[in-house]
Design a protein around this ligand. Structure first.
Ligand SMILES: [Zn+2]
Length: 274
């Protein structure tokens, strides 16, 4: 499905992170990520500011607003959405979304499930609340581009014993190999920054960032950026003979089209040369 897709500048690999709860330890996490150029989506509970080691509202604004990172919904009060009525679940999502949009002055359309709990009813509620992508806690241990964006499987959490193995595997791919069906690779890491504090193991994220960060063969993106990019790719229109490609979106899309690098510019029609 994503055989022709490449990330910006024809890159074959992308890395995104997703961290939950908006605790004070996000400050240190961001300083590590920024040093190595990594980008993260921070999933926040807008009715729990200052509680349980969370940042205050003012601190959160200061930390995330002018950063390269994304803010997303994690439920206004961090409720398990499968254990409350649909009405309460709806409020939990829509209130968090609206609060964050007002606080940060941008569209907020991502989410991570509090406690990792969801079911089909909850997914329907998300759709009605305009949430476009939502992370679960079920590791894929792989690098596939998601197809079910409201049940996103991360590659792994940072505490996973196989993090180093997965990181090496990801970095060692020189080209999309047969196993991956020539598709580009996405490494999606998740966790909570307070785990680094509580387990006194900041070196996990420092080592990860050092290894995968600041490289010119990897695109560093938030969850929202990779979502928008893949959706732009999906909106490309092709002529019957496949030699004309129209990009109706506002995003430049990079392809490896039948073995050739092709840039399909935003809003343009591109003819494929023989
Ligand atoms: Zn949480």
């Amino acid at each position: 499905m994503y055989k022709f897709l490449r990330f910006p500048d024809f890159k074959l690999k992308a890395v995104t992170l997703s961290y939950d709860d908006g605790t004070v330890f996000d400050k240190k996490l961001i300083s590590v990520l920024d040093k190595y150029g990594l980008k993260c989506t921070f999933n926040l509970n807008s009715e729990l500011y200052s509680e349980h080691r969370r940042l205050s509202k003012e601190e959160a604004t200061e930390l995330y607003l002018d950063s390269p990172h994304e803010v997303a919904v994690h439920g206004a009060k961090h409720l398990s959405l499968t254990e409350v009525s649909p009405e309460v679940a709806t409020r939990e999502i829509i209130t968090d979304r609206e609060n964050l949009e007002k606080q940060f002055g941008r569209i907020v359309k991502g989410m991570a499930y509090a406690y990792g709990t969801y079911n089909d009813t909850v997914v329907e509620i998300l759709k009605n609340c305009g949430v476009k992508y939502a992370r679960t806690v079920e590791s894929s241990n792989g690098f596939k581009i998601p197809t079910d964006w409201l049940r996103l499987s991360p590659t792994c959490r940072h505490a996973a014993p196989n993090l180093t193995d997965l990181t090496e595997m990801f970095l060692n791919y020189k080209k999309a190999d047969f196993y991956m069906n020539n598709e580009p690779l996405l490494f999606y890491l998740w966790g909570h920054s307070y785990e680094f504090n509580d387990s006194d193991n900041w070196e996990i994220i420092e080592n990860f960032a050092k290894k995968v960060g600041n490289r010119d063969d990897i695109w560093y993106c938030t969850n929202g950026e990779v979502y928008d990019y893949v959706k732009a790719f999906e909106r490309l229109e092709y002529s019957v003979d496949g030699k004309i490609i129209k990009n109706p979106t506002d995003t430049d899309v990079y392809l490896c089209y039948h073995g050739k690098n092709v840039l399909v510019k935003a809003g343009k029609v591109t003819a494929i040369k023989e």
